[in-house]
Design a protein. Structure first.
Length: 119
């Protein structure tokens, strides 16, 4: 099991930027995905972005394309989510997740970090 520790959430105003970080405890697989999901109050958890570790291929939800950027630091085994032009609708608990390339679902999850965007 991979341990994930998130950081970087907070309270910002609409239009501001924020960067989330997620450090993975160990690199025990040669290739995997790390992703970000979010859950707003009263809503289902939804996919935000993911990155395939080998190759750096990235994927985004339509709602964040052009505003959010996912990236990785191979040496630190850390994934980042740079969020620009934040909107009140981005308010949610953001979760980091991990899975092997072969897995259908994410199997390791972080504890979550709150992002609140005021209008």
């Amino acid at each position: 099991q991979v341990q994930l520790v998130e950081s970087g959430g907070g309270l910002v105003q609409a239009g501001d930027s924020l960067r989330l970080s997620c450090a993975a405890s160990a690199r025990t697989f040669s290739n995997y995905y790390m992703g970000w999901f979010r859950q707003a109050p009263g809503k289902e958890r939804e996919f935000v972005a993911s990155i395939r570790w080998v190759g750096g291929y990235t994927f985004y939800a339509d709602s964040v394309k052009g505003r959010f950027t996912i990236s990785r630091d191979n040496a630190k085994n850390t994934v980042y989510l740079n969020m620009n032009n934040l909107e009140p609708e981005d308010t949610a608990v953001y979760y980091c997740a991990w899975k092997t390339v072969e897995a259908n679902e994410y199997t390791s999850w972080g504890q979550g970090t709150q992002v609140t965007v005021s209008s």
